[in-house]
Write a protein of this length. Structure first.
Length: 185
């Protein structure tokens, strides 16, 4: 079973991500867009974990007990690794990032006991799409600058995170929630 740990985002943020996508898709770039139902903020990708699933669930419960809820706010549209060689288009978040990082550190600490390595660098963002070629990329870069100048900022409270299963199919990944963890710290 392929799993990852994610923060789900409210519908208005999914709607905003969809609007950004719809504005960019008009340029017909070679981008594999994330499906509406799959928008999330990844805390940690674990990969194949069949035999460890119950231990992972127990450790994530411990991490949730140690962390308080926190607030995030959507920010600009950006690119990984950067605008000079874009491979991923994303929507960033700001806000109480120190509390978000603390949650990530707790998850790393508890899962380290099971042999999972800590994240080297954690970037809180919502992936919109993966860029497959540079077709129309200059237009995409220019348009995201315009979008960023008028992008509405949405505040949202993170009070839980989820352990998600990812099933790969010919139409793309299909995600399902295995368990939710309420932040209680």
């Amino acid at each position: 079973m392929r799993v990852f740990i994610a923060i789900t985002v409210p519908e208005e943020i999914k709607q905003q991500a969809l609007q950004v996508k719809e504005e960019l898709v008009k340029f017909r770039p070679d981008i594999k867009w994330v499906e509406y139902g799959n928008y999330h903020i990844t805390l940690k990708f674990l990969g194949e974990v069949d035999s460890q699933l119950n231990d992972i669930k127990a450790r994530l419960f411990q991490a949730a007990q140690a962390c308080p809820p926190f607030k995030l706010v959507t920010s600009e549209i950006g690119f990984f690794p950067g605008r000079s060689r874009p491979r991923v288009v994303w929507m960033g978040v700001k806000g109480e990032l120190e509390k978000a990082r603390f949650l990530g550190e707790r998850v790393d600490t508890y899962l380290n006991e099971l042999g999972f390595e800590a994240e080297r660098k954690r970037s809180f963002h919502l992936t919109l799409g993966r860029i497959r070629s540079e077709k129309e990329i200059e237009k995409i870069l220019a348009q995201t600058g315009i979008i960023n100048n008028r992008l509405k900022r949405y505040d949202f409270t993170i009070s839980e995170f989820s352990l998600m299963e990812s099933r790969l199919s010919s139409t793309g990944p299909e995600y399902s929630v295995l368990e939710k963890y309420r932040l209680e710290g």
